[in-house]
Design a protein around this ligand. Structure first.
Ligand SMILES: Nc1nc2c(c(=O)[nH]1)N[C@H]1C(S)=C(S)[C@@H](COP(=O)(O)O)O[C@H]1N2
Ligand SMILES: [Mo]
Length: 359
């Protein structure tokens, strides 16, 4: 395994403590399954160092039989499965919103996203084995080993999502143990939901009748209307960001690229939360006309992104490339950052635009 310093040097680093970084978009687009060292890192506190031999996981709350198990017990007791899924930060593409007005948080480009084969056990298998009591307003709360503002990182998901087939407690990414910055020795993977709901360095799971009251769940990661400011935001009225909306980005060519004349190959990704991407349109004239891209998707991976490729013949001059995807509900993306702007800079899903010059 490479060192953290070596891995950092390959990424665009937004901050060291906490450590936040994303890959350049052309490298992101180079492999359908993102190499662990190229996978964006989003941390709210310091990366904890955890001993996999002694580390334990607790499951308590509204269950018949609470559990307190080592990671070896966990693997021994439950079937190991692999799910190909995309993980995306709710702040992905936030940088594009700054064209409208300032936003809080790191200025992520389109690289706060990645796709991997996640191997672990189904969270639902644990919950069923423990006799989790079902009910309409039940939540599964998580607590992790890292500390954010004096409290352990904590979030929750609805029980129904915790019981879903593809929701995992993962210990491997693309067949290798998780890297420390991605949650070693074990994290949750909640496909289709914002990355924040997939806690890394997991230590406790609680079944309860209310969402987690940790600040990350109760205060952050809420979607507000554009007239709400940091001063007027009321978390109780903000929408909790769980399922992610449709999004797409152009990964190649890069913004500001200077290209030779002739056929220009445009490549990127599209992702649709818990729906499927059915079509991707690419424009060479800022959205006045569109052509359809060819799509590439892993079979049997409903929660993984779609790679796409299109070719445009561009005459000499400046050109505004744009992309928009369509999902299985026939919905597409808003055109402008003005359409999606919010002061926290979440869910930047407007058409991704890249200006290039052809000489
Ligand atoms: N314990 C813990 N889990 C966490 C976080 C964190 O700071 N601490 N960040 C979350 C956020 S906001 C995202 S987008 C994903 C990022 O996962 P990655 O760093 O493996 O890409 O982890 C989530 N899980
Ligand atoms: Mo995130």
């Amino acid at each position: 395994m490479s060192s953290l310093t070596e891995r950092k040097a390959r990424l665009i680093v937004h901050g060291d403590r906490p450590y936040n970084a994303e890959p350049p978009l052309d490298r992101l687009r180079a492999a359908y399954r993102t190499r662990a060292g190229d996978f964006y890192v989003r941390c709210h506190g310091d990366v904890p160092e955890i001993d996999a031999e002694t580390s334990r996981l607790t499951l308590d709350g509204a269950v018949d039989t609470p559990m307190d198990v080592s990671l070896d017990d966990l693997r021994g007791r439950f079937r190991t499965v692999t799910v190909t899924a995309t993980l995306q930060c709710a702040g992905n593409r936030r940088a594009d919103m700054r064209a409208v007005a300032p936003v809080s948080g790191d200025p992520w480009d389109g690289g706060a996203i990645g796709t991997a084969d996640w191997t672990g056990v189904r969270l639902g298998d644990l919950l069923r084995a423990a006799g989790a009591r079902t009910g309409t307003d039940r939540h599964v709360a998580f607590e992790s080993h890292d500390v954010v503002d004096g409290r352990p990182y904590g979030v929750s998901i609805p029980l129904a999502k915790a019981l879903a087939h593809d929701t995992l407690l993962a210990f491997a990414m693309n067949g290798e143990p998780l890297l420390p910055e991605h949650g070693f020795p074990m994290r949750a993977v909640v496909p289709g939901f914002a990355g924040v709901r997939s806690p890394k360095w997991l230590r406790r799971i609680t079944v309860q009748d209310h969402p987690s009251d940790h600040p990350i769940q109760a205060g952050d990661y809420k979607l507000y209307p554009p007239d709400v400011t940091a001063e007027t935001a009321d978390p109780a009225r903000g929408h909790t960001i769980d399922t992610l909306p449709l999004n797409a980005a152009i990964c190649e060519p890069a913004r500001g690229a200077v290209l030779g004349p002739g056929a220009c190959r445009i490549r990127g990704y599209a992702v649709a939360g818990d729906r499927a991407v059915i079509r991707v349109d690419v424009s060479g004239d800022g959205g006045r006309s569109w052509i359809q891209a060819a799509l590439e998707h892993a079979p049997d991976a409903p929660f993984a992104w779609t790679f796409w490729t299109a070719e445009l013949d561009l005459p000499p001059g400046e050109h505004d490339l744009a992309v928009r995807a369509w999902d299985s509900a026939g919905q597409t993306q808003p055109a402008l950052p003005d359409d999606v702007w919010n002061h926290k800079g979440y869910l930047c899903t407007c058409w991704h635009r890249v200006r290039v010059r052809v000489t």
